[in-house]
Ligand binder design. Structure first.
Ligand SMILES: Nc1ncnc2c1ncn2[C@@H]1O[C@H](COP(=O)(O)OP(=O)(O)OP(=O)(O)O)[C@@H](O)[C@H]1O
Length: 481
C-alpha cells in the first residue's frame, strides 16, 4: 500500500507497524507516554525540540506525531507547518497547554489530525491514537484499491493499432487534456456509443483515470440492471422512513461519487421517471434524497454509455430529447471489433497471454489456420466475446497449440456466416452445438417476448441457468432471433 503518495519522502518501511514520534521538551512526560505506548506494542521515538523532531521524521516515518505546542525555539504550530510541507500525509496531534480553542482551531486549519489539551489522560490519548490509526489504515486501503483500479484503467489498456482504435485513443486523449485546462469544475458530459462488448467501460475509465478527477471515485450504475423504483434510491439515496424498508439513511451513488465520475452504463434502459431525475441532475447539478426535503449540490461528472441507437429512440419518443442532448455534449463512438481489421489478432494474442497467466499455463501458439477465420468472423459480442472464446479455447486445448478444433464456431465457411442463427430452415442441418444453443435461446426469448423467466420455462431450465447461458453466449434479453 502506498501511504505516502503525496509525500516526497522515500516509501515507508513495511515492517514499521505503528510508530509514534513524540516531540516535547518535558522529559518526564515524554518518558511516561513512550513507556505507556510501548506497553501497547507500539514503536516510539522521542525528540526534545521541534528541530530534533523534524530531523528524525524522514528516517523514522511515524504513523502519528504527538507534537507539543510550547517548545523552545519554535512553536508546535510552526513545526506542524514544516512537517506537513515535508509530508502532506503527515498526521499530527497538537498537544496544547493553555492555548485554548483558538489554538486548536489554528492547528486543524494547518492540517493537524486532532489536538489534545494538557494535562494528558493516557487512556484518552490511547483512544485518540487508536482512532487515528484505524482511520489511517482505512485511508491506506482505499488508496490501495484506487491505485489498483487506476493501474488497470488507462489509454494504454485500450489495445489496437487499427485507424479506428487509434482515432478513439486520440479522441480520449484530446478530451482529457482539454479538461485538465478547464477553469471551472464542470467538465462536459460524455456519451459513449457502441455495440455490446466493444470496450465502452474501458473508455469511460480511461477518461476518468486520465483526467483531473482521477484521485476521486469512479462510480458505476448499470441502468438496465435494476427496476426503476430501485434506481432512484440507488442514485440519490434516501432518508430514514422514506419507504417501508428504509430503516436508516443511506447515501446514494451521486453522493458517493462526489468530486469524481458517475458512469451511467446502459443509459438507453433508463425509464422515463429516471430520465427526468437525471436531466435535473445534469441541468441544475442538484438532487434530493428520497424522502428528503433538502436540495443538495451534486459535484459529479457524468459519463453515459449505451449500445442502443439513442438518436432513433429519441425520434420514436422512447428517450427524452433534452436528456439526450445534455448527455451527448461530447460523443465518443466505439467501433465494433469486426471493423478493426487485424486488431482482432492483436487482441486474441493479448487475451491468450492474459488467460494463460491466470491459469498458470504455458503460453500456447495460435495456429496459422486461425488467422483468417478470426478476422472474418463478425464477433457480435465484440471484444468480450473474443475474450471469452480465447479462454474457452485455452481450456479445451489438449496441447501447447490452439487451432480450429478449439474454435468450433469459426470452422464453417471461413466464418462468413454470423453465428446468431438466421432462420429455422437454414439452421436445420447445422449441428454445431454452440450455434444450436444460441438459436434455441434466441427463439425462446423471442417467443416469450424477451421474458427471461418465461423463456427459461420453454427451454426447461432454471432462470439462473438461462441467465448464465445468455452471459456465456453474449446474449441480452432483447437479442431474440
Ligand atoms: N480495445 C480493448 N483492448 C483490450 N481489452 C478490451 C478492449 N475493448 C474491450 N476490452 C475488454 O473487453 C471486455 C468488455 O469491455 P467493456 O465491458 O468495456 O465493454 P462494454 O462496451 O462496456 O460492454 P457492455 O455494452 O456490455 O456494457 C472487458 O474485459 C474489456 O477489458
Amino acid at each position: 500500500m502506498n501511504t505516502a503518495s503525496r509525500s516526497t519522502l522515500p516509501e515507508k518501511p513495511a515492517a514499521f507497524g505503528q510508530a509514534i514520534l513524540i516531540i516535547d521538551d518535558e522529559a518526564v512526560l515524554t518518558r511516561n507516554i513512550a513507556t505507556y505506548l510501548q506497553r501497547l506494542g507500539w514503536t516510539t521515538q522521542v525528540a526534545g525540540s521541534a528541530e530534533e523532531g523534524l530531523e528524525l521524521y524522514p528516517s523514522f516515518r511515524p504513523d502519528i506525531v504527538l507534537l507539543d505546542h510550547n517548545l523552545p525555539g519554535q512553536t508546535g504550530l510552526e513545526a506542524l507547518v514544516k512537517l506537513r510541507a515535508m509530508d502532506a500525509e503527515a498526521r499530527v496531534v497538537l498537544m496544547t497547554g493553555n492555548g485554548g480553542i483558538e489554538l486548536a482551531v489554528s492547528a486543524i486549519k494547518q492540517g493537524a489530525a486532532d489536538y489534545l489539551a494538557k494535562p494528558l489522560a493516557l487512556s484518552e490519548l490511547r483512544l485518540l491514537l487508536e482512532r487515528l490509526l484505524a482511520q489511517g489504515r482505512l485511508q491506506s486501503r482505499v488508496e490501495y484499491y484506487r491505485q489498483r483500479e487506476a493501474n488497470h484503467s488507462g489509454l494504454d489498456k485500450i489495445i489496437g493499432e487499427s485507424s479506428q482504435v487509434t482515432a478513439l485513443r486520440e479522441r480520449v486523449c484530446l478530451l482529457v487534456s482539454a479538461e485538465r485546462q478547464l477553469s471551472d469544475d464542470n467538465p462536459p458530459s460524455v456519451l459513449i456509443q457502441g455495440e455490446t462488448g466493444t470496450g465502452k467501460e474501458l473508455v469511460a475509465r480511461a477518461l476518468h483515470f486520465g483526467g483531473a478527477r482521477a484521485s476521486q471515485p469512479f462510480v458505476e450504475l448499470n441502468c438496465g440492471a435494476l427496476p426503476p423504483q430501485l434506481i432512484e434510491a440507488e442514485l440519490f439515496g434516501y432518508e430514514k422512513g422514506a419507504f417501508t424498508d428504509a430503516r436508516q439513511r443511506k447515501i446514494g451513488l451521486v453522493e458517493a461519487a462526489s468530486g469524481g465520475t458517475l458512469f451511467l452504463d446502459e443509459i438507453g434502459e433508463a425509464d422515463p421517471a429516471t430520465q427526468v431525475k437525471l436531466l435535473k441532475l445534469l441541468e441544475d447539478r442538484s438532487f434530493r434524497r428520497l424522502g428528503g426535503i433538502r436540495e443538495q449540490r451534486a459535484n459529479v461528472r457524468v459519463i453515459a454509455a449505451t449500445h442502443r441507437p439513442l438518436e432513433q429512440m429519441v425520434r420514436e419518443g422512447r428517450f427524452r430529447a433534452d436528456l439526450y442532448f445534455r448527455l451527448r455534449i461530447i460523443e465518443v463512438p466505439v467501433p465494433a471489433l469486426r471493423e478493426r481489421g487485424t486488431d482482432v489478432l492483436l487482441l486474441a494474442r493479448h487475451f491468450l497471454q492474459w488467460h494463460a497467466q491466470r491459469y498458470r499455463r504455458e503460453l500456447p501458439e495460435l495456429g496459422e489456420e486461425l488467422l483468417l477465420p478470426l478476422q472474418r468472423y463478425p464477433w457480435p459480442g465484440n471484444v468480450r466475446e473474443l475474450r471469452n472464446a480465447i479462454e474457452q479455447a485455452l481450456l479445451l486445448a489438449p496441447g501447447p497449440r490452439i487451432g480450429l478444433r478449439e474454435f468450433g464456431f469459426l470452422s464453417t465457411a471461413g466464418s462468413q456466416q454470423p453465428p446468431q442463427g438466421s432462420g429455422d430452415d437454414d439452421d436445420a442441418d447445422d449441428l454445431n452445438l454452440e450455434r444450436a444453443e444460441r438459436r434455441l435461446v434466441q427463439r425462446a426469448l423471442q417467443r416469450s417476448g424477451s421474458n427471461v423467466t418465461q423463456a427459461a420455462k420453454l427451454l426447461g431450465i432454471s432462470r439462473d441457468t438461462l441467465r448464465y447461458r445468455m452471459e456465456r453466449l453474449n446474449l441480452r434479453d432483447e437479442d431474440a432471433a
